[in-house]
Design a protein around this ligand. Structure first.
Ligand code: ADP
Length: 463
C-alpha cells in the first residue's frame, strides 16, 4: 500500500537501526527481516557467541558480557547502553530472554528507544496468568473452568474450590512459564501437599507464591491463534496452529492449520481474540494459547511476543510476521484487513535440537558436517554451519525445519523428505526421533493430543 499521511509512521516511532537482543536462529531471522525493510542492525553476543555468523552480516556486532545468559542476554542495563552507544532506535527482544519482561520494555521506552513488542502494561497483565484469565473472561474468550482469582490460604476454601471444579485439577503458578510451576492433582487427599510444593516452587522460580487452580483436561490438543495489532486500533488473527506434540510441556513439532477443526468452530474464537486485543489496547504480535477438547476451546495463556513456531503461520498466510511486527512498532497502520487474510495449504515445523535422541540430554560440540534440505516448499531457519560450535550455555534449538504443501498428507511427505536430507554430524540431534515420528500412523491421521508424544516415546523405549 502506498504511503499516505495517514499510513506513514508516527514521528515518535521512527527508527532506522534495530538492536537485536537475542541469539541463535531468531537473531538471524530478525536481522533478515530488518535488512529487507531497509533497516540497519546491531547484533549483540555473549563471549560464547563471538563467532556467531549473524555477527558478520550485521552493521555492528558487539559483545556485551560473559557466556552466562544472566550476565549477557539478560543484562538489561548492558543491552540498553549498547543500543544507545551503537545508535539503535529500537530493540527487538526475539523470544525467551527479555521478550516478556515488562520492566525491560519499560526501561527501553524510558531510555527513549522503541521496544518492538507490546507495552509494558500489556506484558504485565498477560504475564500474570490470573490477570490474563480475568482479562480474557471479560472479553468473552472461553477459559478453562476455575476461578480467575489467586488461591486463598484457607484449606477449607481451597478444598471447596477443587470440589466445585471437579477432580482432576491442576495447580498453576500465576507467574509460571516454560512448562514449569504446574502440578496435576488427581484426587482430594493429594491436594494440600501439591499446593505446598507448587507454592514453594513458584516462590523460588518466579518470585511470587501466587497460585490458581483450574480443571485438568485429560486429552486436549494445544491449539493457538496468532494475532497482530497496530497502534491505530486495528487487530487481525492470522489463523491457527496445533502444537500438541510436546515433551515435558515443550513443543517439538508444530503445524498450521490445526487439522480437522471446522471454520465455524474456530472463527468465533479467533474473533474473540481480536476483540480481547482491542479491549486491552494490545500492540504488536501475540499468541493466544488454548486447550481444545471435545469440540470446545479453553484459553490457557497469552504469549506477548514472537513465537518459535511463527514460520508455519507465515507459510500458510503468506504474511511475514517479523516484518509486520517491526512495521507496527514503527507506528505504521497494518496494511492488511481481516478479509485479506487467507490461509492456504498446510505447514509443519520440526525443532532440531542439539540433544541425544534417546536421553534428550543436551549435546554440545562442533558441527563437523552439515547438509540442509532444499526444494519447493522447504525452509530452514538456522544460524549453524559446518564448523559451528554449539555451546552448552543456551537452549538446544539449532535449526527449524519448515515445510509447506497443498495438503497435510503432502506436507508430511515433504517433511519426511526434508528430514531425510538433513545431516548434522559432530553432535547428537533429535533428527532420528523426528524421522520416526513422521512415520507414525496416528500422527498422520491427526489422532493425537498433548500426551501423545510422551506415550509414543514410552512405547518406543519399551519396544
Ligand atoms: P507455560 O506458560 O509454562 O507454557 P501453559 O499454561 O501454556 O504454561 O501450559 C503449558 C502446557 O501445560 C500446555 O500446553 C498443556 O500441555 C499443559 N496444561 C496447562 N494447563 C492445563 C490444563 N488445565 N489441563 C491440561 N493440561 C494443561
Amino acid at each position: 500500500m502506498p504511503e499516505t499521511l495517514e499510513h506513514s509512521a508516527a514521528a515518535g516511532h521512527r527508527f532506522d537501526t534495530v538492536l537485536i537482543a537475542n541469539r541463535g536462529e531468531i537473531a538471524a531471522r530478525i536481522q533478515r527481516a530488518c535488512r529487507e525493510l531497509g533497516l540497519k542492525t546491531v547484533a549483540i553476543c555473549s563471549e560464547a557467541d563471538r563467532e556467531a555468523p549473524y555477527g558478520s552480516t550485521a552493521d555492528s556486532f558487539l559483545c556485551i558480557g560473559p557466556s552466562s545468559a544472566a550476565k549477557s542476554y539478560l543484562n538489561q542495563h548492558a543491552i540498553i547502553l549498547t543500543a544507545r552507544l551503537a545508535g539503535a532506535g529500537a530493540i527487538h527482544p526475539g523470544y525467551g530472554f527479555l521478550s516478556e519482561n515488562a520492566a525491560f520494555a519499560d526501561a527501553v521506552e524510558k531510555a527513549g528507544l522503541v521496544f518492538i513488542g507490546p507495552t509494558a502494561s500489556s506484558i504485565a497483565i498477560m504475564g500474570d496468568k490470573i490477570s490474563a484469565k480475568r482479562a480474557m473472561m471479560a472479553a468473552g474468550v472461553p477459559c478453562v473452568p476455575g476461578p480467575d482469582t489467586a488461591l486463598p490460604d484457607d484449606p477449607a476454601t481451597i478444598e471447596r474450590i477443587a470440589l466445585e471444579i471437579g477432580y482432576p485439577v491442576i495447580i498453576k503458578a500465576a507467574g509460571g512459564g516454560g512448562g514449569r510451576g504446574m502440578r496435576v492433582v488427581p484426587k482430594a487427599d493429594l491436594l494440600h501437599e501439591a499446593i505446598a510444593l507448587t507454592r514453594e516452587e513458584a516462590r523460588k522460580a518466579f518470585g511470587s507464591p501466587s497460585l490458581y487452580m483450574e480443571k485438568f483436561l485429560e486429552h486436549p490438543r494445544h491449539i493457538e491463534i496468532q494475532v497482530i495489532c497496530d497502534d491505530h486500533g486495528n487487530a487481525l488473527w492470522l489463523g491457527h496452529r496445533d502444537c500438541s506434540m510436546q515433551r515435558r510441556h515443550q513443543k517439538v513439532v508444530e503445524e498450521a492449520p490445526a487439522a480437522g477443526i471446522a471454520p465455524d468452530i474456530i472463527q468465533p474464537v479467533g474473533l474473540a481474540c481480536v476483540k480481547a486485543c482491542l479491549q486491552i489496547g494490545y500492540r504488536g504480535v501475540g499468541t493466544f494459547e488454548f486447550l481444545y477438547e471435545d469440540g470446545a476451546f479453553y484459553f490457557i495463556e497469552m504469549n506477548t511476543r514472537l513465537q518459535v513456531e511463527h514460520p508455519v503461520t507465515e507459510m500458510t498466510s503468506g504474511v511475514d510476521i517479523v516484518q509486520a511486527q517491526i512495521r507496527v512498532a514503527q507506528g505504521h497502520v497494518l496494511d492488511l484487513i481481516q478479509g485479506d487474510v487467507t490461509c492456504e495449504g498446510h505447514s509443519f515445523e520440526c525443532r532440531i535440537n542439539a540433544e541425544d535422541p534417546e536421553s534428550f540430554l543436551p549435546s554440545a560440540g562442533v558441527v563437523t558436517h552439515l547438509a540442509l534440505p532444499a526444494g519447493p516448499g522447504i525452509r530452514v531457519d538456522t544460524h549453524i554451519h559446518a564448523g559451528y560450535k554449539v555451546s552448552p550455555y543456551y537452549d538446544s534449538l539449532i535449526a527449524k525445519l519448515i515445510v509447506h504443501a497443498p495438503t497435510r498428507a503432502e506436507a508430511m511427505a515433504r517433511m519426511r523428505e526434508a528430514l531425510a536430507g538433513t545431516e548434522v554430524e559432530g553432535i547428537s540431534t533429535n533428527i532420528p526421533f523426528l524421522r520416526a515420528l513422521f512415520e507414525d500412523g496416528a500422527f498422520a491421521r491427526g489422532e493425537t493430543d498433548i500426551h501423545y508424544l510422551e506415550q509414543w516415546l514410552k512405547l518406543r523405549r519399551a519396544a
